[in-house]
Design a protein around this ligand. Structure first.
Ligand SMILES: *Cc1c(COP(=O)(O)O)cnc(C)c1O
Length: 393
């Protein structure tokens, strides 16, 4: 086996996470000896079906849901599309969707396409956020109409970690008879969720954001909420999602949810302490740096900081030389000089948005790593600023 990197300080966990060793151990038999099809009549396949059932129970437990409310999918993106398109097919006469300006591309692109590809058959309301990334609830209240088929609002933002009041928003939607979906891909495993008490109809999650492998996700569909399948085919997943189950990854997702449930309270506190130390260290030691996103209504693992007058991608390259992995809010490599739609929606000035870096921690980060990053960053930023025509430090 080849190793990819010598020494890595991985602080890019909102992009993807390491698969937990316990998770690998649990899924391994389903890649080797237990390769049966869960739909088969024989015991060999039946045992595999049992494993899928147990996994469904574990996912449900983490969410405070019932197993029959969980449908396994291939990823968070599929879960998002399935929920939104189901609502539009359930209520074909309704042509309005309410969402926000800061959604993940999984929801944003779908909504953009619903508008443009269908020749504006659908109307999309994209709720504004303020400079701290928070929503205006009065705008939301005014946006719900008799024509609204579904509201889709993320639970926590992947770039800033800002948490939206989805519990309250779901209640308001329910009172107006509107379906409510939340993209909770960044929230599951980081926040306490108890769907039993909430008016959320659909919730999306993804395995690779909580220490399960890539390519598996789940969609929660509240009991009683009508659902039209996105993928039709065999009668897998109670007819809600055709296609032979990705058994090993489904088992892995269940184990990852179980681990998250066991460790969440304790580990979140530790991760938050590390994140706070990182945040304070960077803001104190790098001049002209500032926090993007609300100070407290935020995931415990995420901090997004703008370093003014430098380019995010240049910062990342320099960080990479020290083995530090993070993400930037600008995307020059993708051919666009535009900073992220999230930071633009927050009104972050261009000089700051271009130099934004997202650090996202996990249970595997250590205090030594935080100290290392806080030690390296001031020199990285200072050296880049010396080359910047805009820097008058
Ligand atoms: C990663 C992510 C997704 C997409 O999940 P995939 O499993 O990669 O398709 C959707 N929404 C949010 C908020 C995410 O962070």
């Amino acid at each position: 086996m080849t190793t990819v990197c010598e020494k890595v300080v991985y602080m890019d966990n909102n992009a993807t996470t390491r698969v937990a060793p316990e998770v690998i151990e649990t899924m391994m038999p389903y890649l080797t000896d237990a390769y049966g099809n869960p739909s088969s009549m024989h015991t060999f396949g039946g045992q595999v079906g049992d494993a899928v059932r147990k996994s469904r129970q574990k996912v449900a437990t983490l969410l405070g849901a019932e197993p029959e409310e969980i449908t396994f999918t291939s990823c968070g993106t599929e879960s998002d599309s399935s929920a939104i398109l189901s609502a539009l097919r359930t209520y074909p006469e309704k042509r309005h969707v309410v969402t926000t300006r800061v959604e993940h591309p999984a929801v944003k692109s779908l909504c953009d396409n619903l508008e443009t590809v269908t020749g504006h058959k659908y109307k999309i309301t994209r709720l504004k956020v303020d400079s701290e990334g928070m929503l205006d609830m009065s705008e939301y209240e005014g946006a719900l109409t008799d024509d609204t088929a579904i509201v889709s609002v993320m639970w926590a933002n992947n770039e800033t970690g800002v948490i939206f009041p989805v519990e309250k928003m779901a209640r308001m939607a329910r009172q107006q008879g509107v379906l409510f979906h939340t993209d909770a891909v960044q929230a599951v495993g980081k926040l306490d969720i108890n769907l039993k008490e909430l008016d959320i109809d659909f919730l999306s999650l993804s395995g690779h954001k909580l220490h399960a492998p890539k390519g598996v996700g789940a969609l929660y569909i509240k009991r009683g909420t009508l659902f039209v399948p996105f993928l039709t085919g065999g009668h897998q997943e109670s007819g809600r999602r055709g296609g032979t189950e990705n058994v090993a990854s489904i088992v892995a997702l269940g184990r990852a949810c179980e681990l998250a449930g066991e460790k969440m309270a304790e580990e979140n506190g530790r991760v938050k302490m590390l994140r706070d130390k990182l945040e304070e260290g960077l803001l104190a030691n790098v001049p002209k740096s500032m926090l993007n996103g609300h100070k407290t209504h935020r995931l415990p693992n995420t901090v997004n900081i703008s370093f003014e007058y430098v380019e995010g991608e240049a910062i990342l390259l320099h960080m990479n030389r020290h083995g530090i992995c993070a993400s930037s809010g600008s995307a020059c490599t993708s051919g666009s000089l535009e900073p992220s739609h999230v930071l633009r929606a927050m009104g972050v000035p261009f000089t700051a948005a271009h130099g934004s870096i997202r650090f996202s921690l996990s249970i595997y980060n250590t205090e030594e790593e935080v100290d290392f990053v806080v030690e390296k960053m001031p020199a990285i930023i200072a050296s880049l600023r010396q080359m910047s025509p805009f820097w008058k430090g």
